[in-house]
Design a protein around this ligand. Structure first.
Ligand code: NI
Length: 182
């Protein structure tokens, strides 16, 4: 099921959102640009921050909460809360960095992923105003990871086939165990 922003006011009376996990179709779809900058969007953003904090994540993209629209939030615990709406990477460093990554939609699975060391991003804020930011370190990695979500790409899709299959198996094993316990 894919939610639309029209469903937001009813849905976000709960501030904690369900996080969709590997296997859900919305995670593989290309999300659509946000067109309306209204109070429903602001509520969605607030709920995404709360959900991300509760799940102990540093980034969360709208498709991960079932909303196939181009926005994500990031909080890399440096005192700033970032909202990126309709983001575009306009510059990428040639230098790359390999580091371990995980995803709230693939709990318990971590793998080394190679990403650009620095990116420059253009996006809109929650009021629809444009901004540009240059990012490096964990912030740059999180931006690239979340932007992938908007294009239906998960971090395990960036691994080679063997590693990808191992990650899916690990997720399925863990998921099966959780279901048995429930
Ligand atoms: Ni993710």
């Amino acid at each position: 099921m894919t939610l639309t922003l029209a469903a937001v006011p009813r849905y976000y009376e709960r501030t904690m959102l369900d996080i969709y996990t590997l296997g859900e179709e919305v995670l593989t779809e290309k999300a659509k640009p946000v067109k309306t900058f209204d109070s429903a969007l602001a509520l969605l953003v607030d709920a995404m921050f709360e959900t991300m904090a509760e799940a102990d994540g540093v980034g969360l993209a709208a498709p991960q909460v079932g909303v196939s629209e181009r926005l994500f939030v990031i909080d890399v615990r440096d005192g700033k809360r970032w909202v990126f709406i309709n983001p575009e990477i306009i510059a990428t460093s040639e230098e790359c960095v390999t580091a371990e990554e995980g995803c709230l939609s693939i709990p318990g699975v971590f793998s080394e992923v190679t990403r650009a060391a620095r990116v420059t991003v253009q996006a809109l804020n929650v009021k629809g105003r444009p901004f540009t930011v240059e990012a490096e370190g964990l912030f740059a990695r999180a931006i690239q990871h979340e932007l992938d979500h908007l294009n239906g790409v998960l971090f395990i899709d960036r691994l080679d086939k063997d590693e990808h299959d191992r990650a899916v198996q690990a997720f399925n094993r863990r998921n099966r165990k959780r279901r048995t316990r429930a």
